[in-house]
Design a protein around this ligand. Structure first.
Ligand code: SF4
Length: 383
C-alpha cells in the first residue's frame, strides 16, 4: 500500500532528486484529497471533521497561519485504517489550532527577545541558535515555532550571514552553534558548505550542530554530496526528530547510515504527544528502533506551551511513568532525557523520577525501577 501510493504519487522517480520531491509536495486540502481519495472514509478523518467541506474550511482558515504541506514520501507512511494514525495526526490541520484556549502565547520560550543579530538567538551563554530558514519539507502541526515557520519570506536572507558570523567570532564564550529553522537542510549544499566552512575557522567553537527533520520527512535530502560536505566539516552532530516507530523506514535507515558513514553523530529528539506516542510501548519501540539504525535518543520533550498545540499535550505524569517503565529493562543508551522548556525563557529542565527515597540511620534508601528498596551506606551521617 505504502509503496503503491508513493510510486503513484507525483512523478516521484526511482532515483528522484530531493528538490523534485520538494516541488511535488501536497500543499492544499484539494491536493490531499486528490492524492488520497479514500481519506474521507477513514476513521481518523471522520473523527476530526464533520465532512469534506468542513475539512476544506479548516484547512483554508489555517492557511494564513501555518501552511499545510507534506512530501509524498511522508504521506505514504499513513495508514488510513488506523483511527489514530500517527502520520496523519502530525500533519492534518485541525480546528483546535485556531481555537486553543490553553496555550496563549506564540513565543513562550522568549526566543525572539534574545536576538542580538538578525537570525540568531543567544539565550544561554555558551550557545547560539541560528534560524537559517523558515521552510520545512513537512509542516508539523505541533511545531513550536509556528509563529515564523512556513512563512518563507520571513527568514533572514544571506545578507545577514556575515553579521551573524561576526557576532559568533566576537563572542568567545560561545562554544556551540546550532543551525536550525525551520529546516536548515532546505538550503542548498553550497550554502551549507559555506556556513560550515566559515564556522570551522572559529577556534572557540567546540560543537557544530544541525537540527533537521529531513531524515524523517524527506530522506532523499541526505545525498552523497551533502554528507560529503558534512564529512569535510567533521565533527558535525545532526539532531533529527523521529516521533513514532512507523517513521523508521528503509529510506530513513539509509539516510542515517549515509550520515554515520561520513562521521556525523546522529541524535534524536521526540515530542511526547497525546494519542501519537504517549505510551510506554510506542516510546520503547521508537527508542530501540532508533538505536538499531544508529541514532542515539537524546531528548523526549514535553510539548511546549505554544498557541495552537495544546491538543497535543500529554500529561507530565504520563511521561514520567514512561521513563520509569523504560528504566531497568532497556539499555541505558536507549533512554532519552525527558525535558520541559520553561515558559518565559527559563530554559530546559530535566523531568526526572525520584529514586532516592530518604535518609535512614544506615545511609540512603533508594527504590529501584521495579519498586524494590535498597539502602546504601554512602553518605551515612556521623552520629
Ligand atoms: S520540521 Fe521542525 S521546524 Fe519544521 S514544522 Fe516540523 S517541527 Fe517545525
Amino acid at each position: 500500500m505504502r509503496i503503491e501510493i508513493y510510486k503513484k504519487g507525483r512523478a516521484v522517480k526511482q532515483n528522484y532528486d530531493w528538490k523534485e520531491e520538494l516541488r511535488s509536495r501536497i500543499s492544499s486540502a484539494d491536493e490531499l484529497l486528490e492524492f488520497m481519495p479514500d481519506l474521507p472514509e477513514s476513521p481518523l478523518f471522520r473523527r476530526l471533521y464533520a465532512s469534506v467541506e468542513d475539512f476544506r474550511k479548516v484547512a483554508e482558515a489555517m492557511a494564513g497561519e501555518f501552511r499545510f504541506s507534506v512530501t509524498p514520501y511522508y504521506l505514504s507512511l499513513a495508514n488510513l485504517e488506523n483511527a489514530r494514525c500517527p502520520i496523519l495526526l502530525q500533519i492534518l490541520p485541525r480546528r483546535e489550532e485556531l481555537e486553543d484556549q490553553v496555550f496563549q502565547f506564540p513565543d513562550p520560550l522568549a526566543e525572539d527577545s534574545h536576538h542580538p543579530v538578525d537570525g540568531l538567538t543567544h539565550r544561554y551563554p555558551d550557545r547560539v541558535l541560528w534560524y537559517l530558514s523558515h521552510n520545512c519539507a513537512v509542516y508539523c502541526r505541533f511545531c513550536m515555532r509556528k509563529r515564523k515557520v512556513s512563512r518563507s519570506n520571513s527568514a533572514p536572507d544571506r545578507s545577514s550571514y556575515s553579521a551573524a558570523l561576526d557576532y559568533i567570532r566576537n563572542h568567545k564564550e560561545i562554544k556551540e552553534v546550532i543551525l536550525s529553522g525551520g529546516d536548515p537542510l532546505s538550503h542548498s549544499d553550497q550554502t551549507i558548505q559555506f556556513l560550515l566552512t566559515e564556522l570551522r575557522t572559529i577556534s572557540h567553537l567546540s560543537s557544530l550542530r544541525i537540527h533537521s527533520r529531513m531524515p524523517v520527512t524527506l530522506p532523499s535530502r541526505i545525498t552523497d554530496q551533502l554528507t560529503d560536505v558534512m564529512r569535510q566539516a567533521f565533527p558535525v552532530t545532526l539532531v533529527t526528530h523521529f516521533n513514532h516507530p512507523v517513521e523508521i523506514t528503509e529510506e530513513a535507515t539509509s539516510a542515517v547510515r549515509r550520515l554515520r558513514m561520513n562521521g556525523v553523530t546522529v541524535l534524536n529528539q521526540t515530542v511526547l504527544m497525546r494519542d501519537i506516542n504517549d505510551s510506554t510501548q510506542t516510546i520503547e519501540e521508537l527508542m530501540l528502533g532508533l538505536l538499531r539504525i544508529g541514532i542515539k535518543p537524546y531528548y523526549l520533550h514535553q510539548c511546549d506551551e505554544v498557541h495552537g498545540v495544546s491538543h497535543f499535550r500529554a500529561n507530565i505524569e504520563t511521561g514520567l511513568q514512561i521513563l520509569r517503565d523504560l528504566q531497568g529493562r532497556n539499555p541505558g543508551i536507549a533512554i532519552p532525557r525527558y525535558v520541559i522548556d520553561l515558559p518565559g525563557g527559563g530554559g530546559k529542565v530535566p523531568l526526572e523520577n525520584q529514586y532516592l527515597r530518604r535518609r535512614t540511620d544506615d545511609g540512603l534508601e533508594f527504590e529501584n525501577w521495579s519498586g524494590l528498596k535498597f539502602t546504601t551506606v554512602q553518605d551515612r551521617e556521623d552520629k
